[in-house]
Design a protein around this ligand. Structure first.
Ligand code: SAM
Length: 461
């Protein structure tokens, strides 16, 4: 059993690479923080269908019913003070002891383990190994495989690196999981307690399931993005890397479904999920296309007349959109908790070039006087502050804007960033390990988030 407090990096050279731009001290602080799950669970309310107050009372009823059965304490539930459509659930008071007092262990993959630490139950596809003697209703320890070494269907003890994450009740047996034809879906283990103490809704509960179109589990910084871009009803908006559409549906809600959002993603299966999510959340002003956003600007030699985003598919003429969101593909090193990480240095190095190409299109497509929001869920300087420095140098008509609401820390926390002044660093938002200077005035849930970065630009003439 591992007693680690940092993500297991399978490519150790990634740590050396990160140290080339971040001091070892800051990196160690980051790694410790990344390994922990955020203690707060955040839901965005679908304001088109339900008010935040009604959503809270529905959540409370479900949690009270479940708590009554299991005699556990209830988490605090409140509306975020600056984000009116965000409901925050605090941690539950009792978390699983870091000890194993049952002989029965289920091994799950590290992604499933991370989801459990954030409040999910164990779904069948995440289960790797379960002993033959486990019956439905048995209490079972949940262990995450850090090495991706556990063979699916393993019956015996797994000898690789594992970490204890919590306890639950088996809803499926080994036979249900591994001896069926076809893919098995559904909850395999109903989680009862975890080492993170994150709140969770009961498994297979019809009332909880009926909340799925009212509430969307969404990280706090992602909801900040919508409010910072703040699209208005009637505007023409581009979401350049949109799937699965969690931010798209928020933009649509802020626009009251008036105006249009062109949502592009280069992967067609993801665009299908985006369309389904828009339908579920009632986002009717979204036009979604499978399209490479690096090619979304009309070729100036193209003799066709400029395309109208209200009726035509991409590409579009320069200066078409009032607002552009570029939620860029990134190394995702801000995801928490990170139990294990398989990113290689060459993957890490590949992102900035793609991000710059997407950024060039986005700058061209936004109107003069319009705004462009760039964001990532990673921690590297290259994909964040250095992108801002590059953008300001490459596009003299761009200015960096103050963001509202200002939640989170400033950029380049203690790191000198070439091309960025302290004023620039104070304008961008970086969500990272809490530091005294930047947490003053912030609610605890504002800093205990995933790692995230955002910068808002305005295009001048
Ligand atoms: N904004 C999304 C949300 O909140 O649900 C998440 C977007 S995710 C960070 C980045 C997305 O960019 C991925 O879905 C990926 O398929 C897409 N992507 C990557 N390269 C792209 C490109 N050249 N053009 C358009 N989309 C791209």
């Amino acid at each position: 059993m591992e007693s680690t407090s940092m993500p297991l990096f399978h490519f150790q050279e990634v740590l050396e690479y990160l140290k080339s731009s971040i001091s070892n001290e800051v990196l160690q602080e980051y790694l410790y923080w990344l390994y922990q799950a955020p203690k707060y669970t955040t839901y965005r309310v679908n304001s088109k269908i339900v008010s935040a107050i009604d959503a809270i009372s529905q959540l409370q009823n479900i949690l009270e019913d479940a708590a009554g059965k299991d005699s556990i304490s209830l988490p605090d539930i409140f509306i975020h003070p600056s984000l009116p459509d965000l409901i925050v659930l605090g941690p539950v008071k009792h978390s699983a002891e870091h000890s194993i007092n049952s002989e029965k262990n289920v091994i799950v993959d590290s992604a499933c383990g991370a989801a459990v630490l954030r409040g999910a139950h164990v779904y069948a596809p995440g289960v790797l190994g379960m002993p033959a003697g486990v019956k439905k209703g048995d209490e079972i320890n949940i262990l995450a495989d850090l090495q991706a070494g556990c063979r699916k269907g393993l019956k015996k003890d797994y000898k690789g690196k594992i970490v204890f994450i919590g306890k639950g009740i088996a809803l499926m047996t080994r036979g249900d999981l591994f001896m069926q034809n076809g893919t098995v879906t559904g909850v395999a283990i109903e989680v009862k307690s975890t080492t993170s103490g994150c709140a969770r809704l009961p498994a297979n509960n019809p009332s909880a399931n009926s909340l799925s179109s009212l509430l969307l589990l969404q990280n706090l910084p992602s909801v900040v993005c919508g409010w910072v871009l703040n699209p208005q009803p009637g505007q023409i908006v581009l979401d350049a890397c949109a799937a699965p559409g969690n931010k798209t549906t928020h933009l649509s809600s802020l626009m009251d479904n008036e105006g249009v959002i062109v949502a592009l993603d280069k992967t067609s299966s993801k665009v299908n999920s985006l369309k389904q999510n828009c339908e579920k959340m009632g986002a009717t002003n979204v036009r979604a296309f499978t399209f490479d956003s690096t090619k979304a600007v009309i070729d100036s030699n193209d003799s066709e007349s400029p395309k109208n985003p209200l009726i035509d598919p991409p590409p579009y003429a320069p200066n078409t959109f009032d607002k552009v969101l570029l939620d860029a593909p990134c190394s995702a090193l801000g995801q928490r908790p990170q139990l294990a990480n398989w990113t290689s240095v060459s993957q890490l190095k590949s992102y900035p070039a793609l991000q710059r190409n997407l950024f060039k299109s986005a700058v061209s497509l936004v109107k003069e006087g319009g705004q462009l929001l760039y964001c990532t869920c990673t921690i590297t300087l290259e994909e964040n502050e250095e992108m801002v420095a590059w953008a300001l140098q490459s596009f003299p008509n761009l200015s960096l804007e103050e963001v509202t609401p200002r939640i989170g820390g400033c950029g380049g926390k203690g790191w000198p960033v070439r091309g960025l002044t302290p004023e620039h660093q104070a304008k961008v938002l970086r969500f990272g390990p809490p530091v005294k200077e930047i947490t003053d005035g912030c609610a605890p849930c504002d800093m205990d988030t995933i790692g995230f970065f955002l910068a808002l630009f305005q295009k001048g003439t």
